[in-house]
Write a protein that binds this ligand. Structure first.
Ligand code: SF4
Length: 154
């Protein structure tokens, strides 16, 4: 199966802080199994939009994205989301494994825009656009569900 994946989960140091997200993967064996037995298409939507590493942390608020110093990055985040969607369309990808809680990649839960580590219901800008285009989203906390989905659909 072809799977779009947040590149920070693969150990690429693309996060705002210059780090990766490998430590957020609890079931490392299953993660390795999934990435080695499927066709993986990595992307960091934020970096793909031209944002630098490192960069200021950003969170969504009122359907926009602001950095901690209140710079509006909505356009850049939307560009990153479109880049991810373009990869999916071009390669006929219908599944994505994204990093949880990110303002771009977060699935069902994101930070609330107060930079106080408070989570609310919602999707990152990329996750939302992919969902609107019928792409099934999983994150590093739902690897078992992803594995089951692959087994049932491939
Ligand atoms: S935008 Fe997505 S891929 Fe890039 S660092 Fe954030 S969570 Fe990872």
């Amino acid at each position: 199966m072809k799977i779009l994946i947040s590149s920070c989960l693969l150990g690429e140091r693309v996060r705002y802080s210059g780090s990766d997200s490998s430590s957020s993967i609890k079931n490392r064996d299953l993660f390795e199994e999934i990435i080695s037995s499927n066709m993986i298409f990595p992307i960091c939507p934020e970096v793909s939009s031209g944002l630098p590493i490192p960069r200021e942390p950003a969170e969504q608020k009122n359907n926009k994205v602001y950095t901690i110093s209140n710079k509006d990055l909505t356009k850049q985040f939307e560009k990153g989301a479109n880049n991810a969607l373009e990869i999916c369309i071009k390669n006929q990808i219908s599944v994505a494994l994204l990093k949880s809680k990110s303002p771009s990649c977060g699935n069902n839960k994101v930070y609330d825009g107060t930079f106080t580590s408070t989570l609310i219901e919602g999707n990152g800008v990329t996750a939302k656009l992919l969902k609107e285009n019928s792409i099934k989203i999983f994150d590093e906390t739902s690897l078992e569900e992803l594995k089951e989905y692959i087994n049932n659909n491939f």
